[in-house]
Design a binder for this molecule. Structure first.
Ligand SMILES: [Zn+2]
Length: 300
């Protein structure tokens, strides 16, 4: 008797999703499949170039096909305090790998490791974000595009801290004004997806070893202007999904109907295994015409 009733229950469980799938299939249609690859940190060590190529092949073998790759930043291993020779080598590796191993269009976001903050180079024309922007052919470090009915907004998270020595996550007034304007000029019916390198909102910073009675959160780990950005998004219900990386860990926070999705790193722990429990991987996201989406984290 017990077994029979258990089987009956399983039957019921299987029936429900099938029915809801049929009804939702009538209402919405997939319009764009994207792969979110973040924190690749490419360098010629740990077999990273071949492993990154494997990841790119994995993305290109997906069915249905991925139409757009979003690179979430920290494209190269690190150019912060490096000399120009090392930096040139890392970017050559990025260029060659992308040219030889990937045929899907890619849009890039700047990460903190894609910025040249070497005191000795302050007067150099490529000091700061200019070098990476030049390599990526970006006119501005933040921009938007419209594809298949969705607006994709790419933000520039990384700015110098108040003491000018290191970075924190924020937009700054100019970019915030631009973002306000951008949302204002987007049709209310057009769903919006945002990509930043540093998370706008995440619960991951609470995962800390040896907490005694408080947590330490650094302004470089999450946007410091989160309240402002969230308040802005609250005025635009067409903002649906915010992608980020930077922490090399994966989590999903839903607040005010907006999903803040932080994906794990393509490099895992900088090409040396998992970062805590998160394996190297990428985000696979299906966008629908009604503003909804499906997402999964794929280990390659
Ligand atoms: Zn980062």
């Amino acid at each position: 008797m017990e077994r029979r009733s258990a089987l009956k229950n399983i039957g019921g469980l299987f029936l429900l999703p099938t029915l809801s799938k049929v009804s939702s299939a009538i209402e919405k249609k997939p319009v764009l499949r994207i792969a979110h690859l973040t924190d690749v940190h490419l360098k010629n060590q740990f077999n990273a170039p071949a492993r990154f190529a494997k990841c790119l092949h994995h993305v290109q073998a997906q069915s249905p096909k991925v139409e757009l790759i979003l690179n979430g930043g920290d494209i190269v291993f690190d150019m912060n305090k490096e000399n120009i020779g090392t930096i040139n080598e890392q970017w050559k590796l990025v260029k060659d790998t992308m040219k030889n191993e990937c045929s899907i269009p890619v849009r890039y976001c700047l990460g903190n490791h894609d910025i040249w903050w070497n005191e000795d180079t302050k007067g150099d024309v490529f000091y700061g974000k200019r070098y990476a922007m030049d390599k990526l052919q970006l006119v501005r470090p933040y921009y938007s595009l419209v594809q298949n009915g969705w607006k994709i907004i790419v933000l520039d998270s990384t700015h110098l801290d108040i003491d000018n020595t290191w970075y924190i996550g924020k937009l700054g007034q100019e970019q915030l004004d631009w973002l306000k304007n951008e949302l204002q000029n987007t049709p209310k019916t057009m769903p919006v997806m945002v990509m930043s390198h540093i998370p706008i909102l995440t619960a991951l910073l609470m995962i800390e070893d040896d907490v005694v009675n408080k947590w330490t959160m650094l302004g470089g780990d999450m946007h410091t202007d989160t309240a402002k950005i969230i308040n802005l998004f609250y005025q635009y219900p067409n903002v649906k999904l915010c992608l980020s990386g930077h922490l090399h860990l994966r989590d999903k926070v839903v607040y005010n109907q907006v999903t803040y999705l932080c994906n794990g790193a393509v490099s895992g722990a900088w090409w040396e295994g998992n970062k805590r429990e998160t394996a190297p991987g990428y985000g696979l996201i299906d966008l629908y015409d009604d503003g909804s989406f499906d997402e999964q984290y794929v280990s390659y």
